[in-house]
Design a protein around this ligand. Sequence first.
Ligand code: SF4
Length: 280
Amino acid sequence: MPSYVTEWSLTRRKMFCNCARRFTIKYLTDKYREFNKNHPAKRLSPWDLMILSTRQVFFQWLEDLHRNVIWSDKMLYSTIKLKIITNSHETDYQQKHGLNFDKKILISKGYARLKKLIRQPLLKKLARGGIKEWSYHERTKVVTFGHLDVYCSPDIVFRTGNKWNLVRLNFQSEIKQPYLDLELTTMLLWSKSNQYLPNLESKFNIYGIFYQQGKWHQKRVRPSKKGFQETKQLLENDVHQMNLLQKEFYRTKDIDAMPLTNSPSYCKRCPYKTNCPINA
Ligand code: SF4
């Protein structure tokens, strides 16, 4: 009998909502779960490889900025180039498709995306030293919420006056984000687990900075008790639905019986499209 699903992250939520088959392969089947764990980069499409590399370079940029080391455009370009080349050696797309042509496009897309990001008002202010008290966080630390393990830390936290600001970046967002406010409010759960931060919703601002259709956008959410309550319900409901899917999968033991995406464009970047019934 498989153990219950207890983990929640935004990546899992997005995949679950978009395609049950893809979610099942990635998170619910032991065969693939082991494979994905041992070969994390191998299941990436070139586009996802660019997004992953861009995010990694952004954190290198942030790390240096925190030490007052400012990057030139040349440094930004060469770092993204190196990261994409290095990461591409880790993916089986290199062998399958030959990335020589793609790599140039990926590097230029990644560079443009980063350049636009660091021109965002909030990050510009950070880069120019306009915000004194700030920190950055990788989303690898888990927060325990009841019986759930939740990955919900902000990417950047900064303080202005008596307010704490929690910022999450999304390097490739969907066009429709019906639960964006609640998804962003999950960062409040992270703040509750941090003893140095206040325990009052009104002491926080929440920001989402996301890339969509060639542009970065910024969304601000004013947290409330009610919103926080709804966010916790969202997490519980998501994990409940994931467990129902797992139950169904173990009943049928058939990956291809799992529901497929309603949006064929979602398949473009799917690493599991070979043999998928959607192509039948
Ligand atoms: S190819 Fe499309 S339908 Fe098939 S698993 Fe991937 S996202 Fe789902």
